[in-house]
Design a binder for this molecule. Structure first.
Ligand SMILES: [Zn+2]
Ligand SMILES: [Zn+2]
Length: 205
C-alpha cells in the first residue's frame, strides 16, 4: 500500500470507479477537523480479513458493505454522529455442534461518539445516566470506520450462535454430532432442577 495516509483515505477510496462498489483498501477515517467543514458521506465494502474479528470467534463470509454519513453535531464539544446501513454475513462456530454457521447482519445504525479528552479530568464526576448508554468515545483526531463497524457487528450478533434453531448439538457421552447421526447413547437426567419439577408436577395431579 503506497502513499495512502489515514486522513485522505476516504477520498482515495471513493475514486475507484471500476468496481460497482468502491473497495476501501486503506480504510475510511473520519477526521474531526474535516467534519468541522462538512459532513462526510461514505459507501464502501471491506473484504473478509480487512477487519479483525478473530478475538471474538468471528470471521466474515462476505464483504462487509456499508454506506452512510458522518457529521459533527452542532453545539457540542466535538460529538460525532455516524449513521447508515451495513450488510454482511458473519461466520462463527455453532455453540451446540461446533460446525461453522453463518449469521446475516443487515441493519441500520445510528451511533454517537464523544471525544475522550472531553471527559478526562472530570472523570470522577462523570456519571453515565440511563439515556446515554448508546454514546461511545473516540481518542485523538477522529474515528476509524472499521472500528465503528466492527463494534456494531459484534453487538448485533445473536447471544445464542446456533447453526439452526433446532440444532441437536454434540452428544456429551460419545461426541457424535447429533445432527448427522443418532448415536443411541443413554443420557441420564443430570440436572436436579428437572427432578424437582417432576415432583411438583406429581403433587399437582
Ligand atoms: Zn449446530
Ligand atoms: Zn453419543
Amino acid at each position: 500500500m503506497s502513499g495512502c495516509s489515514a486522513t485522505n483515505a476516504s477520498k482515495h477510496c471513493y475514486t475507484n470507479g471500476l468496481a460497482s462498489l468502491p473497495v476501501a483498501r486503506c480504510g475510511v477515517f473520519f477526521n474531526v477537523k474535516e467534519l468541522e467543514i462538512k459532513k462526510v458521506v461514505f459507501e464502501t465494502a471491506f473484504p473478509p480479513g480487512e477487519i479483525d474479528f478473530s478475538d471474538v470467534g468471528l470471521s466474515q463470509a462476505t464483504a462487509l458493505e456499508a454506506s452512510g454519513s458522518a457529521e459533527l453535531l452542532a453545539n457540542t464539544l466535538g460529538e460525532i454522529r455516524i449513521r447508515g446501513r451495513l450488510n454482511v454475513r458473519m461466520r462463527a462456530d455453532c455453540d451446540r455442534c461446533l460446525e461453522p454457521a453463518e449469521f446475516p447482519v443487515d441493519s441500520d445504525f445510528d451511533l454517537f461518539y464523544r471525544p475522550a479528552s472531553q471527559v478526562r479530568g472530570e472523570e470522577e464526576e462523570v456519571e453515565i445516566d440511563a439515556g446515554e448508554t448508546e454514546i461511545a468515545f473516540y481518542e485523538g483526531d477522529g474515528i476509524e470506520l472499521k472500528d465503528v463497524l466492527r463494534e456494531f457487528v459484534v453487538l448485533a450478533m445473536p447471544m445464542q450462535r446456533t447453526c439452526r434453531p433446532d440444532c441437536h448439538g454434540i452428544c456429551p457421552v460419545c461426541g457424535q454430532n447429533r445432527n448427522l447421526a443418532q448415536c443411541g447413547c443413554e443420557l441420564k437426567p443430570a440436572d436436579d432442577r428437572w427432578a424437582a419439577l417432576k415432583k411438583l408436577q406429581v403433587k399437582g395431579l
